[in-house]
Design a protein around this ligand. Structure first.
Ligand SMILES: [Zn+2]
Length: 842
């Protein structure tokens, strides 16, 4: 039922994909209104009564409605505009007067009564019973929505659903995923009038478009004119639309606890974000339910970002409360007007649940809390709004509760020495789940190196018992798991700290099998990145970063020849990193292509330093300068990131003067964050011409370790030979191209640091970058230029989108994306496609 993980080891192109989930089957629900009828009304119905407006050609709708058990009447009102017609459902009570003066009866029809019972009147949404209905019921709901607000592209390839109501859009996406489709969501602003929830036109129209591939074999419509355009599955390539490409691998089990209770494991398994298997968070959410029900008190639940906290609230917490009567009666209903129940706070008798993100110091400081749930702590930024480690900030909120407090941390681990969860686990009593051998009863916890299979034949995977060395087969697992128990394997530094670790080797039969784990391991061989993902997500273990600097001599041998100061063909936009030194400012200009492939385009040393106005003038001039692309077009810098570590106020003053559209002042911090290596901007005070301006400048914070490690990883990558490239072989994503004019000094600067493991006073291993030589400007400017690419959203553009982006964003664009657009689409791996499309819309 969960998607099969396919980690394909294509020769050079790494491809990760999982199958979309098969349609989720649930029992038929006893629904008081046919789902098609509800869908049609949700799409085009008046939000307060039984009228649905539609195109005059679609009179056949009446027949469909009757087939669904409601009476319906087709009308062409004399007051109508254009070719709009009207369908009245269940017209038991007729309007008494032609002029419509007495509409009261419309509100009394049985249909309206049912809408009221469903609580959708003046509150359009898909009720939970419909979201969890059987497959055909959900499909009928989709058809209703599609017959009203849906279209199909003229070539019949893509179905599309547009709506201005975010709630309906989210519901549609959930429904489609549960039916096994792969919808993409695009956000836009329309200049045309769009009808809002109240049926009135709103001018600043924000809308969302959901698009997916479907075939005539499972029609998305009942309306014949739309249905007729659908293609047969034989004319398409269905496997493409049935697979999800993995863009980031993060939340997978590592520390679930035993108290998870569900009637069927499969429900839990898929009822997560976007129906993608995950259940770490679920343990914490169940704890939230327990607190509300049995042990009320103030509780703080922290996700990596505020945006994720909102999503978690909408997709997990709201259904959790809605679905359990015990919780529903304790939490104020979401629609009540007072502030007791909002997106990020839920009041209940004896307590309150506050949800926030680790990137918000304000949120973390908001309230004292007896219970603290910290989810995916390895994805937290190094610092929350400059105020320090988010975990420390959050934990400080519980100190007033002394011994009654409880803090729960969960995460998929990341990098050895930087992983918070690993640090915490090592300080705990390190419980592992011990299971008995079916042959000799020896109790043991499962380790990956005892999984054996014949090379190239992962299906032969078996587990070798530690006691008797006899092979244990997959089917023994069920019985072993039943008889297992948690045992501590260490003495905790703090006797009150309990830690649990569980890897995917324990997946119950029918989930991730040992054979698939073996296959995943074979596929990941030879690639650092894939092996890291395997260790982190399947074994729940940290990855040891090889932080060795690449050999500069080897880089020198790999330099390439192209005209100095020009941008090679695959380069799509330019960023620069500027490093301020006492007597000069060094600037490197990098071109970026698909998949973060990059080229060093220019290296400039502006003499004078921050005390010299002429030096700043040279930097200003640089913003207007252009470089020639291989196609002949001229390109300016999309963004220049400048270090604020030295002569901070001078940098702020200059940045303010030239504006923040093209310039990003950055501050490097120690630390590692794969999900949000750049945070901000925050507003900082600036002094311009002796005058202090409150919040006059912007500042981005860069976790430099992330980009240093990435740069070295990219530099170490193998690439096709010149002959292979001539034959059409592509460089792997991330390839760094260095020009032949890059001299030995520059290359030595680029490779000036290495990652070393040091022991802290408390005995924890910690990773640290150490300089191997004094000068390292080339590495610093590279990291800043890389951060600028991140700020522009490059990490969220799927590989394939390059050329389209290029065409519409217009070269010579000095600003790249507008800040407004980015604020609407903070980095979220799951929404990567949507973000990409918006980037194009700018
Ligand atoms: Zn044994």
């Amino acid at each position: 039922m969960a998607g099969r993980a396919i980690i394909g080891a294509g020769a050079r192109r790494r491809r990760y994909a999982i199958d979309c989930c098969d349609p989720v089957d649930m029992p038929d629900q006893d629904l008081i209104l046919h789902p098609y009828v509800l869908g049609l009304w949700l799409g085009d119905g008046s939000s307060i009564m039984n009228h649905i407006s539609l195109h005059e050609e679609d009179a056949e709708i009446v027949g469909h409605l009757r087939a669904c058990g409601v009476e319906a009447e087709f009308r062409l009102p004399h007051w109508r505009k254009g070719r709009l017609a009207n369908v009245v459902i269940d017209p038991t009570f007729r309007m008494r007067r032609e002029d419509g003066a007495s509409l009261a009866d419309c509100f009394r029809s049985r249909f309206v009564t049912r809408l009221r019972q469903l609580d959708v009147l003046d509150n359009k949404h898909v009720p939970l019973a419909y979201m969890r209905a059987s497959r055909w019921q959900r499909l009928e709901l989709v058809r209703g929505l599609m017959d009203s607000d849906g279209t199909i592209t003229p070539d019949g390839k893509r179905c599309e659903f547009s709506n201005a109501d975010r709630g309906l859009v989210d519901a549609m996406v959930d429904l489609l995923r549960g039916l096994g489709y792969k919808p993409a969501i695009y956000h836009g602003r329309s200049r045309r009038k769009v009808f809002g929830r109240d049926g009135r036109a709103t001018t600043s129209a924000e809308y969302w478009r959901v698009s997916w591939t479907a075939y005539a074999e499972e029609p998305m419509f009942r309306l014949s004119r739309k249905r007729a355009r659908m293609r047969s599955i034989e004319s398409g390539r269905p496997w493409k639309s049935r697979r999800r490409r993995i863009v980031a691998i993060r939340p997978v089990p590592s520390v679930p606890v035993r108290c998870i209770e569900v009637d069927s494991p499969s429900h839990l398994f898929l009822c997560g974000k976007g129906w993608i298997p995950t259940h770490n968070t679920e343990a914490g959410n169940n704890w939230i339910g327990f607190v509300i029900h049995h042990a009320p008190g103030p509780m703080l639940a922290v996700q990596p970002t505020v945006e994720l906290a909102k999503r978690n609230s909408r997709q997990r917490i709201d259904p959790l409360i809605d679905e359990s009567p015990e919780l529903r009666e304790r939490v104020k209903p979401a629609r009540s007007r007072d502030a007791g129940n909002t997106m990020l706070s839920k009041e209940f008798a004896g307590g309150i649940l506050i949800m926030t993100g680790a990137n918000s110091a304000v949120g973390l400081r908001s309230t004292p809390a007896r219970y603290i749930f910290l989810d995916e702590v390895d994805a937290y930024p190094a610092s929350a709004d400059e105020e320090g480690d988010p975990v420390t900030l959050a934990e400080a909120r519980s100190l007033t509760f002394a011994h009654r407090r409880k803090v729960f941390l969960v995460s998929t681990p990341t990098i050895r020495g930087l992983s918070r969860i690993e640090r915490e686990f090592e300080a705990s009593d390190q419980r592992r789940y011990f299971v008995p051998c079916p042959h000799c009863d020896a109790m043991q916890w499962l380790k990956f190196d005892r999984l054996r299979w014949q090379t190239g034949r992962p299906e032969t995977a078996e587990y070798l018992c530690e006691g008797c060395e006899r092979p244990i087969a997959e089917h023994h697992k069920t019985r072993m798991l039943e008889r297992g128990e948690w045992r501590a394997t260490a003495t905790a530094t703090d006797p009150l700290t309990v830690g649990y670790h569980l890897s995917a080797l324990y997946s119950p039969v029918g989930w991730l099998s040992w054979a698939r784990i073996a296959r995943a391991h074979e596929a990941a061989r030879g690639s650092d990145e894939a092996m890291r993902a395997f260790r982190n997500t399947i074994l729940g273990e940290t990855w040891m970063e090889t932080g060795e600097a690449p050999d500069w001599q080897r880089l020198a041998d790999r330099r390439e020849a192209w005209t100095p100061g020009t941008v090679p063909e695959r380069g799509l936009f330019l960023t620069a990193g500027a490093d301020v030194q006492k007597d000069r400012i060094e600037v490197d200009v990098w071109a970026w292509g698909r998949g973060l492939e990059s080229w060093l385009v220019d290296h400039l040393v502006l003499e004078g330093g921050p005390g010299d106005p002429a030096c700043w003038q040279q930097l200003t001039d640089l913003l207007g300068r252009t470089w020639t692309h291989a196609s002949g077009q001229r390109m300016t810098l999309a963004r220049l990131a400048i270090d604020t570590g030295y002569e901070t106020s001078a940098v702020y003053a200059w940045s303010r003067q030239v504006g923040f559209a093209q310039v990003a002042p950055v501050k490097g911090v120690e630390g590692f964050s794969r999900t949000s290596p750049v945070t901000g901007p925050t507003y900082v005070d600036a002094t311009v011409a002796g005058k202090r301006l409150r919040r006059g400048a912007r500042l981005w914070t860069v976790a430099t370790s992330t980009f240093k490690a990435e740069t070295y990883r990219f530099l170490r990558q193998d690439r096709p030979t010149r002959e292979e490239q001539a034959a059409g072989a592509l460089c792997p994503p991330g390839t760094i191209h260095l020009p032949d004019w890059a001299d030995g000094e520059w290359l030595k600067q680029l490779t000036a640091e290495q990652l070393v493991t040091v022991r802290t006073k408390r005995g924890f291993a910690r990773l640290e970058w150490q300089k191997l030589r004094e000068r390292n400007e080339a590495l610093d400017t590279r990291v800043y230029a890389r951060a600028a690419a991140w700020i522009l959203g490059a990490d969220r553009w799927p590989e394939a989108r390059g050329p389209i982006w290029k065409r519409s964003s217009g070269w010579r664009s000095r600003t790249g994306l507008s800040p407004v657009q980015r604020r609407h689409h903070p980095p979220q791996p799951e929404r990567r496609r949507a973000g990409a499309r918006c980037a194009r819309a700018t």
